[in-house]
Design a protein. Structure first.
Lengths: 111, 115
């Protein structure tokens, strides 16, 4: 039972354009959401998070949007840069519980 | 400062052998997590340590898997009688506290291949 779903395994975007990565969840008890970024042969690194009391959190080129009624969140990267090419994992947690990760979306930003 | 380190970076073993994977967390981090990522899958939680105690072992897939942490620092994940389905990248993470909202810092992982 996949509680956190990233239905797009890959995404290709031209440099300078917006990248939108999507994530859906099923557990209504989740109240904190995170995005991690992973380069090949490295561990994931934390990118940005959002609490369920908010619907938007912004950090530079990265913005995460949360739609609680739809149980959906998205990560927007604008403008996209070649260095953003990586696998992006969505994760969620509720209360003091462990993080549940999605399967990841591979983003490729081409010139 | 030093990040989370894991050793070995790669391990190839034969089916039925035992393997030990090591994780050195960031100094001062009380929480330590083990995950694995199988081909095409997300990060699957295995076990969580707070200090030397493991309050959540719910993700260990079978009794062939065990882990310990000593001195509130280094952790070892042991897989006995390895099977081909154990092949995956095993990732370790640590965080300052044990809250799920604390940022987890990941090591580079150990790629385990069981032949």
């Amino acid at each position: 039972d996949q509680q956190v779903k990233q239905n797009s395994p890959s995404l290709s975007v031209q440099e300078g354009r917006i990248s939108i990565l999507n994530c859906d969840y099923t557990n209504s008890m989740f109240d904190y959401f995170l995005w991690y970024k992973k380069y090949p042969a490295e561990g994931p690194t934390f990118l940005i998070s959002i609490s369920s009391i908010k619907d938007k959190n912004e950090d530079g080129r990265f913005t995460v949007f949360l739609n609680k009624s739809a149980k959906h969140l998205s990560l927007h990267i604008v403008p996209s840069q070649p260095g953003d090419s990586a696998v992006y994992f969505c994760a969620a947690t509720g209360g003091a519980d462990k993080l549940i990760f999605g399967t990841g979306t591979r983003l490729q930003v081409f010139p | 400062g030093a990040g989370v380190s894991q050793s070995p970076s790669n391990k190839v073993t034969e089916k039925g052998k035992d393997v030990e994977l090591r994780c050195d967390p960031i100094s001062g981090h009380t929480a330590l997590y083990w995950y694995r990522q199988s081909l095409g899958q997300g990060l699957e939680f295995l076990i969580y340590f707070q200090g030397n105690s493991a309050p959540d072992k719910s993700g260990l897939p079978s009794d062939r898997f065990s882990a310990e942490r000593t001195g509130g620092s280094v952790s070892t994940l042991t897989i006995q009688r390895t099977q081909q389905e154990d092949s995956a990248v095993y990732l370790c993470a640590s965080s300052l506290g044990g809250w799920s909202t604390d940022t987890q810092y990941f090591g580079p992982g150990t790629r385990l291949t069981v032949l």
